[in-house]
Design a protein around this ligand. Structure first.
Ligand code: ATP
Length: 575
């Protein structure tokens, strides 16, 4: 929790104003019982109407002042707490943007969403409560004790007997509550995860008739969360009446013991009434503290979950001095690159070395899971190499700023992903300031023009989130257009033609050839027919290079390549 306090720094002055307002409000409240005692003891007893009227007027003014201060403090506290929540959310979002895929994988999308939303709201609520109560409670308690003791030290013993009981109750509740609050947040994560999988996997779920199964999975997660939440609420349900009972018992004890003292003439009736109010102030303050003790552990759990994300030091960082050599363009060199996924025993890639230059097409082929995507994902530094180095234009990719590095690359992912917005928005995602003509040209090269023109609003047609209203092949072509519009030094096509029919595939490759002739191309492919013409084919087998060369060379030298070729092409096609 303390780690998030720094986000309150910009509100220092406002917090000082809140403290001042709360101080005045507390003083006014502490002042009132004394005035009331004076009315009873001096006004009512002696029947002095003028005195009652004057002191009554002072009481009204004091109350009015106190109320204005309370409203002001509430307003400022809300403003501060909401601003604090906004700041934390924004920092968390920015920080998550700097994560490498390793760090994303560590938390998972569902948990990151819960932490950015629900957890921050929990902390924000407690900040609001603390701003209101953290200063009021001690002020009222200390003030109440001083006033009570000054009125009647002997009667004050009642408070000192009840206080330890109340503190004990609060401690027990806090101790029991903390693990439950932790569990609630984790279970909320789980519920979010199930919900997310359900929403994203809706087609598979329906196609496999797994709606009941998913319903069960959701019910289990929902029940689990509900049961824990019920336990928390049960605890709270016991806590509040218990405290009220203690409060009322204290009042009864005070009146009972006080009546003896009034009877004996050691205390006046007005003093007893004032004393009773002070006792109530003290007990209410303790209740406020107990509420804080109940809410704070919950917020601490949430704050801890938020801090855990903020504390992660992104492994992939920009260098101190940024390199951006202009002399060479598009030269790639992999030098003995090996890569392990975190926690993996076996490397996903080992000892990969090759180089490529502009105008060349390097194709990567291999069975599923052989490491093709992993290899190309190392180029934009989605992950950092474990050993070896990757150079672009003779400079290690670690020496470029991530922004510069990624500007050089036009990346087309294996799974085409589009954003909500229009078709032209999605193509412009590759280059913000692209003209309409550039957008059209990129779409034409990506063989997307025809289907875009067939759409009602052409380039201004709306795409739903994730591109669900487009076919797989249409999405792939748009994500190719998005990369083409950048005119980068290096293109990475990660199995990006898989959803295209042979005719479109062939047309696209032909169009790409002239468009990308000055760039270096890395193409991950499954179909031999579409990579046969590459200048260099890298055959991957279990993360290792099993052969490298042209189609002709590999047909003579690489057994793995031959197996792939024979499994896909007929003798005539090979010849
Ligand atoms: N995020 C990840 N965390 C851990 N292991 C991973 C991760 N992504 C891939 N792997 C593992 O790394 C290996 C190589 O995966 P990769 O996706 O690079 O293969 P691929 O050749 O591209 O496969 P495909 O042709 O099926 O796309 C696989 O064994 C896979 O299980």
């Amino acid at each position: 929790m303390l780690k998030l306090i720094k986000f309150l720094k910009p509100y220092r002055l406002i917090i000082c104003a809140i403290v001042l307002l709360v101080f005045i409000q507390s003083l006014s409240q502490l002042f009132l019982p004394g005035l009331m005692a004076d009315i009873v003891d001096n006004g009512i007893v002696s029947g002095d109407i003028n005195y009652i009227f004057n002191v009554g007027l002072v009481m009204i003014l004091v109350t009015l002042g106190g109320t204005i201060c309370a409203i002001g403090a509430s307003f400022l506290a809300s403003k501060t707490a909401i601003g604090f929540g906004k700041q934390v959310r924004s920092s968390l979002f920015t920080h998550i943007q700097s994560f490498s895929l390793n760090e994303y994988d560590k938390f998972g999308a569902a948990s990151l969403i819960t932490r950015t939303t629900n957890d921050i709201v929990q902390v924000q609520m407690v900040v609001l409560m603390m701003l209101r109560m953290m200063f009021t409670a001690p002020l009222m308690m200390i003030g109440g004790i001083i006033m009570a003791v000054s009125r009647d030290p002997q009667l004050s013993m009642v408070v000192f007997i009840v206080m330890p009981l109340l503190v004990l109750t609060i401690t027990v509740i806090a101790k029991k509550g903390l693990p439950l609050f932790k569990a609630v947040q984790t279970k909320l994560d789980k519920l979010n995860r199930v919900m997310r999988e359900n929403l994203t996997g809706i087609r598979v779920i329906r196609a496999f008739n797994r709606i009941d199964h998913e319903q069960n999975r959701f019910d289990v997660a929902n029940k689990d969360l509900t049961n824990t939440a019920i336990k928390v609420n049960k605890l709270m349900a016991v806590a509040m009446p218990l405290m009220t009972l203690l409060l009322n018992l204290t009042a009864v004890a005070t009146i009972w013991y006080g009546s003896f003292r009034v009877d004996a003439g050691s205390m006046q009736v007005g003093d007893l009434m004032a004393f009773l109010q002070y006792i109530m102030f003290i007990m209410f303050s303790l209740m406020m503290v107990s509420m804080m003790f109940v809410m704070i552990p919950r917020a601490m759990v949430s704050a801890d979950r938020v801090s855990k994300v903020l504390e992660v030091e992104p492994k992939i960082k920009d260098p101190e001095t940024k390199n951006n050599p202009k002399k060479k363009k598009g030269h790639i060199e992999f030098k003995n690159v090996s890569f392990y996924y975190p926690g993996a025993e076996k490397p996903a890639l080992s000892n990969i070395s090759f180089s490529a230059k502009p105008g060349e097409v390097t194709a990567i082929i291999g069975s599923t899971g052989s490491g093709k995507s992993t290899l190309v994902n190392l180029m934009p530094r989605f992950y950092d190499v474990t050993c070896g180095d990757i150079l672009i234009n003779d400079v290690s990719i670690k020496d470029f700023s991530q922004k510069h590095l990624r500007e050089k690359i036009g990346y087309v992912p294996q799974k085409a992903l589009l954003f909500s917005g229009t078709i032209s928005d999605n193509i412009r995602y590759g280059k913000d300031n692209a003209s309409d003509e550039e957008v059209r040209h990129a779409a034409e090269t990506a063989q997307a023009l025809e289907f875009i023109s067939d759409m009602k609003d052409g380039f201004e047609s709306e795409i739903n989130q994730g591109g669900v209203n487009l076919s797989g092949g249409q999405k792939q072509r748009l994500s190719i257009a998005r990369a083409l519009i950048r005119k980068p030094e290096i293109y990475i096509f990660d199995d990006s033609f898989s959803a295209l029919d042979f005719k479109t595939d062939a047309q696209l490759r032909k169009a790409l050839k002239s468009e990308t002739k000055d760039s270096t191309l890395l193409i991950v492919g499954q179909r031999v027919s579409s990579i046969m013409d590459a200048d260099r084919i890298i055959v991957l087998d279990q993360g290792k290079i099993a052969g490298m060369g042209t189609h002709k060379e590999l047909m003579e030298s690489s057994e793995v390549y031959q197996q792939i070729v024979f499994s896909q092409l007929s003798k005539e096609e090979i010849a």
